[in-house]
Design a protein around this ligand. Structure first.
Ligand code: FMN
Length: 359
């Protein structure tokens, strides 16, 4: 069989993607008060409806997840209603969108959440948290009691249900980039001695239970899970990423997921100590699921990874910020607009909905 083309369709479980160029999840800090999505957010996502699948920005499952200003949630009725504007606009424009469900864990700051952030173990991240008053050093989190962990699973379950009520096509669990699920997975942040710590199997228990809860809500083929095995963002590390993440991916094979999504290390991760990044192709042998990869992809690299059979689809992040019509541009070999990092997390339409599409 010839290798699939980036512009050929793919089934992500029950989600039919008309092409394999997906939009990676990206926080843009433009939700309204109370973490409520608004018409500007709907316009932004609808402009990008030609993605094979849009993965929404990380969306709080709990008020304790507030790690950046003006980020959306999916734990209140107002937030759920706000997301309905987004899903309706994307669907009207012919697209598909899943909601990235997220708990920030230790990266939330006490100033924002009026409480201690929670984590597997009381280990502060090096570096600064984003607060309304600017960057402040990360706080030492409070370790969740064993009896509290099921409440986190229930927050993911409730969020998955709200995402369904909001009209999404599915959900993606954010188990990457140093947030709560990832903090449980990796031994740099998880020093627990209960059934959620120690072995890779135990450390994967929370993500497995959260994924099961999401599958309970959504049924088969509508839930994805995102990992960053070699990512160092948010001061993350693991003594054996191959073992940790192959265990997690293998355990998830028991669930009827839509896809597994792997973020690859970039040059910053390598500068921060990812000396032996796990190649994306490594995970193929552990999963029967559709594999999505992401990180610094260009058209050529995307064709190469699909051609080698290392992945089934490629998620593009920054290129989708600046090119609302990215699949069409890639297919036509048209020039790409350059994203402006200064407006990644800014307020309003500038650098958000004003990047031009091809005529
Ligand atoms: C502005 C911005 C916001 C991001 N927010 C998220 C997020 O909410 N959830 C997530 O999993 N990754 C997030 N990421 C990481 C991207 O999904 C992606 O992994 C990264 O940009 C690398 O892909 P790229 O080289 O195609 O941009 C973000 C990246 C950027 C640039």
């Amino acid at each position: 069989m010839p290798a699939p083309d980036l512009f050929s369709p793919v089934q992500l479980g029950l989600i039919h993607a008309p092409n394999r160029a997906l939009m990676a999840p990206m926080t843009r800090c433009r939700a309204s008060t109370g973490g409520v999505p608004n018409p500007l957010n709907a316009a932004y996502y609808a402009q990008r409806a030609s993605a094979g699948l849009i993965i929404s920005e990380a969306t709080m499952v709990s008020p304790l997840s507030l790690a950046y200003p003006n980020i959306p949630g999916i734990f209140t009725t107002a937030q759920t209603d706000g997301w309905r504007l987004v899903t309706d606009a994307v669907h009207r424009a012919g697209g598909r969108i899943v909601n990235q469900l997220w708990h920030a864990g230790r990266t939330a700051h006490p100033d924002a959440i009026a409480a201690s952030p929670v984590a597997p173990s009381p280990i502060a991240a090096k570096g600064n948290a984003s607060t309304a008053d600017g960057p402040k050093p990360h706080a030492t989190p409070r370790a969740l009691e064993t009896g509290e962990v099921p409440l986190i699973v229930e927050q993911f379950r409730a969020a998955a249900l709200n995402a369904k009520l909001a009209g999404f096509d599915g959900v993606e669990l954010h188990a990457a980039n140093g947030y709560l699920l990832d903090q449980f997975l990796r031994d740099g942040t998880n020093r627990r001695t209960d059934s959620f710590g120690g072995t890779a199997h135990n450390r994967a228990r929370l993500v497995l239970q959260a994924a099961q809860a999401a599958v309970d809500v959504w049924g088969p083929g509508r839930v994805g899970v995102r990992f960053s095995p070699s990512g160092t963002f948010n001061d993350m590390s693991d003594s054996d990423p191959r073992a940790t993440f192959s265990t997690a991916v293998t355990l998830l094979d028991a669930l009827p997921l839509a896809y597994v999504h792997i973020y690859e290390a970039d040059s910053a991760d390598i500068r921060h100590g990812a000396t032996d990044p796990v190649p994306v192709g490594y995970f193929r042998q552990f999963t029967r699921h559709v594999l999505v990869v992401n990180g610094q992809y260009t058209l050529d690299r995307a064709r190469d990874v699909l051609g080698r059979g290392h992945a089934d689809a490629v998620a593009f992040g920054k290129p989708f910020i600046a090119n609302p019509d990215l699949p069409r541009r890639l297919q036509a070999g048209a020039p790409l607009n350059t994203p402006n990092p200064e407006t990644f997390y800014a307020v309003g339409a500038v650098g958000y909905t004003d990047y031009p599409a091809l005529p």
